[in-house]
Structure formats: structure tokens, C-alpha cells
Design a protein around this ligand. Structure first.
Ligand code: CTP
Ligand code: C5P
Length: 382
């Protein structure tokens, strides 16, 4: 256990442990880490290797190096432990001087169907937080796969069925797991407040402005935002509307809607403020309103506006436009291509995961009826 002392009130520092795959890091992961951090002072996050994930769940979409980097950039994370074991042991908690482990209120099992948290639960060193409904890697992969023709046709039907049966454990053919099937994320102002920095730029701060889609927030975005952050003191990210992104990207982009993209970007430690539905052109009014000192874009293509104008014409004329090299050439399209290439593996992985969850939920329901609803795990509200 931790010997550290919280300097502000002389109380013992509470060190919290979280672990997981954190594949295609999304705001559901970030929200679980936010809640975990609120239960203590220091948040240590263990991330599994590609090998461990492949063994227990199926191949991850992102490499371990990409996943480590993404988790490290989430603003509530104090430390990342690379290659954390799939089953959380007391030795691991002790090694990193963590008081307890926190996980969402969903089911995580090994390849052999064993609860990965059984050891810490038995030792009373386990806490639960509410899983963020309506977002999961599985859901995002599903949206991407809808880009292929066959899925497009079946898409709407599948989505409706998933919603109708999101907690239906009835017959085997219709049963759906609420953790794996698609469901709908309901954005609230409270979530935005919880995610935002609440900071305003100081009068002396140099304000940096960047704009884009930031769809399926990935390591390319992250490297770019780190470079943009280094250009000044206060970073504002303008997010284009779904209609605007669809105008210049086509197909069924963006994969994540504006509300979802807002939370993904706000969870990044380099970002101070987000403009929700920024105008495509960086206008003089926008620059004056936010007292923007420098406007940046990465090395990716700059699409013209609907009016055929260069969206950066004003900052260029003012001599405050910079192209930054993120050193990373990942794009949202690359991620979609990775998924489509490995489509069958992902479908198999999702089916297996869902079947495991359903059988565990069914047996838990039976036990619950037998024991008349006694539950010894406390779930903290989201
Ligand atoms: N989590 C959450 N809300 C979500 C998704 C994940 O709170 N919508 C939490 C999980 O409960 C866990 C942590 O994020 O505490 C890490 O999850 P991870 O191991 O990456 O796997 P999954 O729960 O399977 O998440 P996903 O289906 O998105 O891969
Ligand atoms: O493509 P999107 O609009 O999401 O990009 C947002 C910003 O991130 C743009 O400035 C883009 O050039 C930058 N970026 C980058 N390196 C990447 C991906 C995006 O610099 N690999």
C-alpha cells in the first residue's frame, strides 16, 4: 500500500489502479479513468500487451505502443504501466503501491471464462464505476464495417435489433449483451463539464487554434496536438460539424458524431478548450473572439470550403499560420482500412465476447434470484 502523503491536507495519498486493453481509446475509457481518479489522488493505469489481448479476447486494432501512448495522453492518468497482466493480482497492486483496483460494471473474463478481477474482489480491493453506455470498441468497429456494402444493407436492421434487445437475455438466438451490442450514447452538458478543463486563457497567454474533424481520435491526432500545444500556452480545438465533415470527406464519415468527438478531444491533456461545431473557415471574427496568436494545421491535405475558399486564408494573410509535422502519418481512413482488412477476425472476436457475457449474465441472474439480490460490490454513479 502507498506510504505517500497528500501534501495539501496531510492525509495518506490514495493510489488507484485501473487496467484494460484500451484498444481504440474512446471517451468511454476516458470516462472510466475520470471516475477512477476521483476515488483517489494518483491514477496508475496498466495496459495489456498485444499478445495477452490476442490470447484472451482476439487481436487488438491498435498496437501496444499506440495504446500506451493514447492512455498516457488522457488527462486523468498519472502513470502508465506497460504490459500489465490480464488477471489483476494483489502482487500487481502492491508492486505499484495501489490501494485498490477500479473497473467499469461490465464483465471481463479470461480465455477460460474466469473473472479477471476475482482475486482483488476477494481481497476487498476492488471498486466499480458505471460503464459509459453507448460507446465501445465493438460499436465503433460495427459503424466502420457498415462502410462495406453488405453491412450497409443489414445495418439499420441490426442496429434496431441491438437496441431492442440491449438487455434481453431471452432465447439464445435473440439474446444480446448490453456491453457488446450497439446502443446509443446520450450526450449531456454534465458530461461536457466533467470533461472540460474549465480554464480560460490568461491575458499574457499565447493562444493556439487548430481545427478539423478529429474523427476516431487516434495517435496521429495526438502527436499533432502535442506539437500544437508546444506552439503556445493555451490550445483551442475547433471541431467541424458532422455535415461539414461529410461534405469534405464523403462516404459515411464522420464515424463519430460531433458530441462524441468533443469528448474524445477534451479528454486529451494537451487541449484546453473546444469549439463545438467550428466554422470551416478560420475567420477574422473567430481569431479576435479567442485572441488567437497562431493557427496550425498538420501535413494532411487542406480541403477547400463549400465556397471554394482556402479555410486558412485569413491567418495566412496575417502571417500567423503554421504547418506542423506531427511525425505520424496515421489517418482516420487508415483505421477504417485496418478494420475492414481484419473484418472476419473482429466479427469472430465480438461474437465470442458477447456469448461469454450472455452466459455469465444468465448464471448471475439465476444466482441473484436464489440469493434474493445480495450484491457485495459497490457501483459508484457515473
Ligand atoms: N469502459 C467503460 N465504458 C465503456 C467502455 C469501457 O467504462 N463504454 C471501461 C471498462 O469497464 C474498463 C476500462 O474501460 O474499466 C477498460 O476497458 P477495456 O479493457 O479496454 O475493454 P472493454 O470494456 O471491452 O471496452 P471496449 O468494449 O470499448 O473495448
Ligand atoms: O483529418 P483531421 O481533420 O481529423 O485532422 C485534424 C488535424 O490533425 C489536422 O491539422 C491534420 O493535419 C492533423 N493531423 C496530423 N497528423 C496526422 C493526422 C492528422 O498532423 N497523422
Amino acid at each position: 500500500m502507498s506510504d505517500g502523503v497528500n501534501k495539501s491536507n496531510n492525509k495518506k495519498e490514495v493510489r488507484v489502479w485501473c487496467d484494460g486493453c484500451y484498444d481504440m481509446v474512446h471517451f468511454g475509457h476516458a470516462n472510466s479513468l475520470r471516475q477512477a481518479k476521483a476515488l483517489g489522488d494518483m491514477l496508475i493505469v496498466g495496459v495489456h500487451t498485444d499478445e495477452e489481448i490476442t490470447k484472451h479476447k482476439g487481436p487488438p486494432v491498435f498496437t501496444q505502443e499506440e495504446r500506451y501512448k493514447m492512455v498516457r495522453a488522457i488527462k486523468w492518468v498519472d502513470q502508465v504501466v506497460e504490459g500489465a497482466p490480464y488477471v489483476t493480482t494483489l502482487e500487481t497492486l502492491d508492486k505499484y503501491q495501489c490501494d485498490f483496483c477500479v473497473h467499469g460494471d461490465d464483465i471481463t473474463v479470461t480465455a477460460d471464462g474466469i473473472d479477471t478481477y476475482h482475486l482483488v474482489k476477494e481481497a476487498g480491493r476492488y471498486r466499480e464505476v458505471k460503464r459509459t453506455a453507448g460507446v465501445s470498441t465493438t460499436d465503433l468497429v460495427g459503424r466502420m464495417l457498415l462502410l462495406t456494402r453488405e453491412h450497409f444493407k443489414r445495418g439499420d436492421k441490426e442496429y434496431t435489433v441491438a437496441l431492442e434487445h440491449s438487455s434481453n437475455l431471452g432465447t439464445d438466438s435473440t439474446a444480446r449483451s448490453p456491453y457488446t451490442g450497439c446502443s446509443q450514447f446520450l450526450p449531456t452538458t454534465q458530461k461536457i463539464i466533467q470533461f472540460s478543463s474549465g480554464l480560460s486563457p490568461k491575458p499574457t497567454d499565447r493562444v493556439v487554434y487548430v481545427a478539423g474533424a478529429f474523427d476516431l481520435f487516434h495517435v496521429g491526432h495526438l502527436d499533432f496536438l502535442e506539437a500544437a500545444h508546444a506552439q503556445g500556452d493555451f490550445l483551442i480545438v475547433g471541431l467541424h460539424t458532422d455535415l461539414e465533415v461529410n461534405r469534405y470527406k464523403g462516404s459515411n464519415y464522420p464515424i463519430m458524431n460531433l458530441h462524441e468527438r468533443v469528448l474524445s478531444v477534451l479528454a486529451c491533456k494537451y487541449v484546453h478548450e473546444v469549439v463545438i461545431g467550428a466554422p470551416y473557415e478560420v475567420t477574422a471574427e473567430l481569431m479576435e473572439h479567442f485572441r488567437v496568436g497562431v493557427v496550425c494545421h498538420g501535413r494532411t491535405h487542406i480541403a477547400a470550403g463549400a465556397d471554394h475558399r482556402d479555410p486558412y486564408i485569413v491567418p495566412k494573410q496575417r502571417g500567423c499560420f503554421k504547418i506542423l509535422d506531427s511525425g505520424n502519418n496515421m489517418t482516420t481512413e487508415d483505421i477504417v482500412q485496418r478494420i475492414i482488412r481484419h473484418r472476419l477476425e473482429f466479427e469472430e472476436r465480438n461474437n465470442k465476447k458477447e456469448q461469454k457475457e450472455i452466459s455469465i449474465m444468465k448464471s448471475a441472474q439465476k444466482n441473484h434470484l436464489k440469493q434474493n439480490g445480495n450484491c457485495d460490490v459497490k457501483v459508484f454513479p457515473g
